[in-house]
Write a protein of this length. Structure first.
Length: 353
C-alpha cells in the first residue's frame, strides 16, 4: 500500500538560497540522505533534472515491484518514493526540480555555490552528489518519424499501468524491461505482442520461460524481427510494418513500447573538478568523500572496491556521509551518535514523541 506523502512542491527557479547541504539528485539515495542529515540538524536543498522526486524509481519503474529493500518483502518504485518523502517530511527539505546543476564553484567564504540551468543559485559548505548514473535518456529505435508518435502512442516507460488497459500493445526489446512489462501488462491489454530481432533474450530465464508459456497458450504473440515503419496520423498509432525472415508483415497496434535500455550522461557533473574514473566518482569507504574535501558522492554515481549498485548500499553510504558532513558544517559542535529507538531528542525531531 502506498503511503500518502506530503505534497512537496518545487521552488520556482531563479532565486538564491543558503543551506547546510546541497544534494544533487532526488532519487531514493538522495532522499534518504535528507533523513540522515536531518537527524543531525542539517538542512538540505535537493536539485534534480526530473520534475518530481524519486529518480529512476519514479520516472521508469513507478509500478515495478522491488524486492530487496530490507524488511519490506515487496514494494513498487512509487511506494518507495512516497515512503521516503513521508520519512523526511519532519526535516522540511527544499526541492529544485526540473533543473540541471550546471556549475559548482568555491566562494571566498569557503562555501560552494551551485548554479542551475534555470538561474537558481544555492550556497552551502557541503555538496552531496547523488545523481545515480547521471541524467538518463531512453535509447530510441531507428524508426523513421517515431518522434511524431512519442507521448501519444509511443512510450519509453510505463508510469501508470491503467493507461494501457484494453490497448493493443506491441513491446519491442529483449531485455528485462521488455519481458517484465510484457508479463505485467498482458492481463490489462486487449492484445499484446513482443518483438525482438533474434530468438534469444537477455532477460532473466524465469521471465523468458513465463513469456514462452504465455505464447504457447495463445496469451500473447512473439515476433522475431525488427520494426521498420509506423502507421497512423496525428500521433495516433494504427500499426507497424515489421521486417522478418519471411518478409515484411503488418501488425496492428495502438501502443508501442520500445525498451532498448538507457543512455546515461553525466552532464555538467563531469566538469565540477572532481576526479572521475570510467564516468564514476571514486570515493573512500569511510566517509564516501571525493578527492575534493566537502564534496561527497553516494549511490550509483560513486565507485570503490566491492561497490554494489543497490539502493540499500546507497542508504548505508548516506548514513556515513552525514557523519562527516556534520563535522564540516558544525566544526565546533560535538557529534553524538544516537539511536532513533532510544533517543528522545531524535524521536522529537521525527514527531513521534
Amino acid at each position: 500500500m502506498t503511503t500518502q506523502a506530503p505534497n512537496f512542491e518545487a521552488i520556482p527557479p531563479g532565486s538564491h538560497f543558503e543551506t547546510d547541504v546541497i544534494i544533487a539528485g532526488a532519487g531514493p539515495v538522495g532522499l534518504f540522505a535528507v533523513f540522515e542529515l536531518g537527524l543531525l540538524d542539517l538542512k538540505a536543498h535537493l536539485v534534480d533534472i526530473l520534475d518530481r522526486p524519486g529518480g529512476q524509481c519514479a520516472e521508469l519503474y513507478p509500478e515495478k515491484p522491488i524486492y530487496d529493500i530490507p524488511g519490506i518483502p515487496v514494494l513498487t518504485g512509487d511506494d518507495l518514493t512516497q515512503n521516503l518523502l513521508q520519512q523526511i517530511a519532519p526535516f522540511s527539505p527544499q526541492f529544485h526540480l526540473g533543473q540541471m546543476a550546471i556549475d559548482l564553484k568555491k566562494r571566498d567564504n569557503g562555501k560552494w555555490r551551485l548554479t542551475t540551468d534555470m538561474g537558481t543559485t544555492i550556497d552551502a559548505p557541503v555538496v552531496v552528489i547523488a545523481a545515480g548514473g547521471g541524467s538518463f535518456q531512453p535509447k530510441k529505435p531507428p524508426i523513421p518519424n517515431i518522434d511524431a508518435f512519442e507521448g501519444k502512442s509511443v512510450f519509453y516507460s510505463v508510469r501508470h499501468m491503467e493507461d494501457f488497459r484494453d490497448k493493443n500493445i506491441l513491446i519491442a526489446g529483449g531485455g528485462d524491461s521488455a519481458l517484465d512489462w510484457s508479463l505485467n501488462l498482458r492481463p490489462l491489454a486487449k492484445s499484446l505482442g513482443l518483438v525482438h530481432r533474434r530468438p534469444d533474450f537477455r532477460a532473466a530465464p524465469d521471465s523468458v520461460s513465463k513469456m514462452r508459456t504465455l505464447v504457447a497458450a495463445g496469451g500473447m504473440t512473439l515476433y522475431t524481427g525488427q520494426i521498420k515503419e509506423l502507421h497512423g496520423e496525428d500521433g495516433v498509432l494504427e500499426g507497424v510494418t515489421m521486417k522478418t525472415a519471411d518478409g515484411d508483415i503488418e501488425v496492428p497496434c495502438d501502443v508501442l513500447l520500445p525498451f532498448f535500455g538507457l543512455t546515461m550522461k553525466l552532464g555538467p557533473v563531469a566538469n565540477f573538478g572532481i576526479a572521475m574514473e570510467n564516468n564514476l566518482i571514486p570515493v573512500d569507504t569511510e566517509k564516501f568523500e571525493t578527492n575534493v574535501p566537502t564534496i561527497f558522492a553516494i549511490g550509483d554515481i560513486n565507485h570503490y572496491p566491492g561497490k554494489l549498485k543497490l539502493i540499500l548500499s546507497g542508504f548505508h553510504e548516506a548514513a556515513l556521509m552525514a557523519q562527516q558532513a556534520f563535522r564540516y558544517v558544525k566544526p565546533d559542535a560535538k557529534l553524538r551518535f544516537q539511536y532513533t529507538t532510544s533517543s528522545t531528542s531524535l524521536q522529537q525531531k521525527l514527531g513521534v514523541k
